[in-house]
Design a protein around this ligand. Structure first.
Ligand code: G6Q
Length: 549
C-alpha cells in the first residue's frame, strides 16, 4: 500500500532535497527580495478572518511541492469522504461527521442508508426550546426558582469544547446566568463549585458520550447526592439533564431520559462542541448565538471543500505544519491568542491536535516511519511574553507560533487593545528579523557600555531570528468568528492526518493508563493486597499507603 511508502515517495524526496536549500535561507532576505511576499502569502475569509503566513521559512517552490504532496495523498478525495459520511475512522468503523452538526443548508447526509439530518435538526430544536426555557425562567428548579447556575459535568471532549467556547463568548452571557465546569476527579473541582452555588437555582448538565467515564460519573453522583440531600429525590428531574449517546446508562444513573439530549457515534468527543455537548454554551449565550457559531464553522467547511489548495486556509496551515515537522525537524508549535477570552483555546487545541494526530500506527496497521502529530502548547498574550517567550526568542528550540488576535476591542478600553495589537505585531516581526551580534554591539555602545561590556554582552543581546509565525487577525471575536476559527483548526488537523495516513479520530492511547488505574484503586483501598507491579510503582503505592496511615 501507499502507507509507509509516503516518506519514500518521489514528492517526499523532492521536499527533502528542497529543504536542504531552504535551511540556509533567512526569511528577512526573502522579504527583502520580494516586496509582494506578504500579499502573496496571505489569505482572508471575507471580513471574518485574515491569515498572514508570510513569516514562514517557505518560498513559492516550497508551497508548490507541498501542494503536490497533498495531491499525491489524494487529499481532495479524503475531504469528500469525510463530508460524505464514509467510515474514515477505520479502527472504530465510524463515520466522522461533526460537519453534519453544522450542515446549515441541511442537505441530506446518509449514514448506513439513513439521512442523519432530521435527528440533528430535532436535537437542535430541543436545545433551542430547553435553553430558552431555562434562560427565560420557564423551566424552573424544583422549588420554583429560576436556574441561574449552569454546571457542566464532563471531561476531555465533553468539557474542553464547551468550557473554551463559553469562556471565549463570556461577553455574550445572559446577565444573571453563570456557567461552571467540573471535570477533574480531584474532589477539589467538585467541592469548589458546590461551595459557590445554591441547589435551588442550579442546573447540572452531565455531559458524557459513553456515560461510563469514571470521573464524570463520580462527580455527577456527588452532585446528585448534594442536590438530593438539600431538596429530596423528586427534585432530580428539575435539576439534572444528560448529554449522551447512551440512553440506557443515562436511565440507570437516575436521569429521566426525557431530560436527555442525544448525539451520535459519528461525533467524536473532541469534535462535539457543535452537538448537544454545547448545551451549556447555548444556555449561556443563547441558541441564536450558538447557531451563529455553527454558521461560522459551516462557512469554513464550505471554504475547505470548495477552495483550491492554493487558497485554502486549513490546507495551507496544515502543509506548513508538515513542512516543519517532517522536513525542517521542528516537532512543536505554539498557539498564542492575544485575547483573554481565548485563554483556554490552547488547552482545547492541545486535545484536538495531540489526541487526533498523536499516533504511530498508520491506516494499514503498520508503524509509521516518519513524524506525526507535533507537541502543542500555548497561552494568552501578552502574559506569555513575560514567561516562556524567552525560549521562543533565544532558546535552542525553534517553536513556530500561531498568533491570533481580534482587530476590534471587546470593550471601551481601546487604549489597552492598541497595546495588545502592537505587541502581537512586534512579536512576529522580532521573531522573524532577530537582531545580529553587530546590531546588538552597536546598541550597547550607543547605550554607553564599555568596550569590555559590549564584547561580553553582545551575544546575550542578539537574536538569531528566522523564527516562524502565522498571524491570524479576526475582525472581532464573536460566535461566528469563533466557530470559523475552531473549524479551521479541525480541518488543519484532518489534513495532516491524511498526509500522515493515520486515523485522526480514535484515541486508543488514553486507554492503558485508565485500565491500570482501575487495578491500582483496590490496592490503595486495601493495604493487605499484595503488589505485583514494577519496583517503582510498588514502592510508590506503599509510600502512599504509609503516608495515609
Ligand atoms: C475525545 C475523547 C475523550 C472523551 C472523554 C470523555 O475525543 O474521546 O476526551 O471525550 O474521555 O468521554 P465521555 O464523553 O464518554 O465521558
Amino acid at each position: 500500500m501507499f502507507s509507509n511508502a509516503i516518506n519514500k515517495s518521489r514528492i517526499w524526496k523532492k521536499l527533502e532535497s528542497h529543504c536542504k536549500s531552504m535551511r540556509r535561507i533567512l526569511m528577512k532576505d526573502l522579504f527583502a527580495q520580494d516586496e509582494k511576499r506578504a500579499e502573496k502569502f496571505s489569505l482572508s475569509l471575507g471580513e471574518t478572518l485574515f491569515l498572514d503566513y508570510s513569516k514562514n521559512r517557505i518560498c513559492d517552490k516550497t508551497m508548490s511541492l507541498l501542494f503536490e504532496l497533498a495531491r499525491a495523498r489524494h487529499l481532495d478525495e479524503k475531504i469528500n469522504a469525510m463530508f460524505r459520511g464514509d467510515k474514515i475512522n477505520v479502527t472504530e468503523k465510524r463515520s466522522v461527521l461533526h460537519t453534519a452538526l453544522r450542515n446549515r443548508d441541511n442537505h441530506p447526509i446518509i449514514v448506513d442508508g439513513k439521512d442523519v439530518m432530521p435527528e440533528i435538526n430535532a436535537v437542535l430544536k430541543k436545545m433551542r426550546q430547553f435553553s430558552e426555557d431555562v434562560r427565560f425562567g420557564r423551566f424552573k428548579g424544583y422549588t420554583g426558582k429560576k436556574l441561574v447556575n449552569i454546571v457542566n459535568i464532563g471531561i476531555g471532549g465533553s468539557d474542553l469544547g464547551p468550557f473554551m467556547a463559553s469562556e471565549a463568548l463570556r461577553k455574550y452571557w445572559m446577565k444573571g446566568i453563570n456557567c461552571y465546569f467540573i471535570s477533574n476527579i480531584d474532589g477539589t473541582a467538585c467541592a469548589e463549585v458546590l461551595s459557590k452555588i445554591d441547589p435551588e437555582t442550579t442546573l447540572f448538565i452531565v455531559a458524557s458520550k459513553t456515560f461510563t467515564t469514571i470521573e464524570t460519573l463520580t462527580n455527577a453522583k456527588t452532585c446528585r447526592k448534594w442536590l438530593v440531600d438539600a431538596l429530596g429525590e423528586p427534585a432530580v428531574s428539575k435539576h439534572f439533564v444528560a448529554l449522551s449517546t447512551n440512553t440506557q446508562e443515562v436511565a440507570k444513573f437516575g436521569i429521566d431520559t426525557q431530560n436527555m439530549f442525544e448525539f451520535w457515534d459519528f461525533v467524536g468527543g473532541r469534535y462535539s462542541m457543535w452537538s448537544a455537548i454545547g448545551l451549556s454554551i447555548a444556555i449561556a449565550v443563547g441558541m441564536d448565538n450558538f447557531e451563529k457559531m455553527l454558521d461560522g464553522a459551516y462557512m469554513v467547511d464550505k471554504h475547505f471543500c470548495e477552495t483550491a489548495f492554493e487558497h485554502n486556509i486549513p490546507v495551507i496551515l496544515a502543509l506548513i505544519g508538515v513542512w516543519y515537522n517532517n522536513f525542517m525537524g521542528i516537532h512543536r508549535y505554539g498557539v498564542i491568542p492575544y485575547d483573554q477570552y481565548l485563554q483556554y483555546l490552547p488547552a482545547y487545541l492541545q486535545q484536538l491536535d495531540m489526541e487526533s494526530n498523536g499516533k504511530s500506527v498508520d491506516l494499514s496497521g503498520d508503524y509509521v516511519k516518519y513524524m506525526t502529530g507535533p507537541l502543542l502548547f500555548g497561552g494568552a498574550g501578552t502574559d506569555v511574553q513575560h514567561s516562556f517567550f524567552q525560549l521562543i526568542h533565544q532558546g535552542t528550540e525553534v517553536v513556530p507560533c500561531d498568533f491570533i488576535i481580534p482587530a476590534i476591542s471587546h470593550n471601551e478600553m481601546g487604549a489597552h487593545h492598541e497595546i495588545l495589537l502592537a505587541n502581537v505585531l512586534a512579536q512576529g516581526e522580532a521573531l522573524m528579523k532577530g537582531k545580529t551580534i553587530k546590531e546588538a554591539a552597536e546598541e550597547l555602545k550607543a547605550a554607553g557600555k564599555t568596550p569590555e561590556e559590549v564584547e561580553f554582552l553582545k551575544k546575550f543581546k542578539s537574536f538569531s531570528g528566522n523564527r516562524p509565525s502565522n498571524t491570524i487577525i479576526l475582525k472581532k471575536l464573536d460566535p461566528f468568528t469563533l466557530g470559523a476559527l475552531v473549524a479551521i483548526y479541525e480541518h488543519k488537523i484532518f489534513v495532516q492526518g491524511v498526509i500522515w495516513n493515520i486515523d485522526s479520530f480514535d484515541q486508543m492511547g488514553v486507554e492503558l493508563g485508565k485500565k491500570l488505574a482501575l487495578g491500582i484503586l483496590p490496592e490503595l483501598q486495601n493495604k493487605s493486597v499484595e503488589l505485583h507491579h514494577d519496583s517503582s510503582t510498588n514502592a510508590l503505592i506503599q509510600l502512599v499507603r504509609d503516608l495515609r496511615e
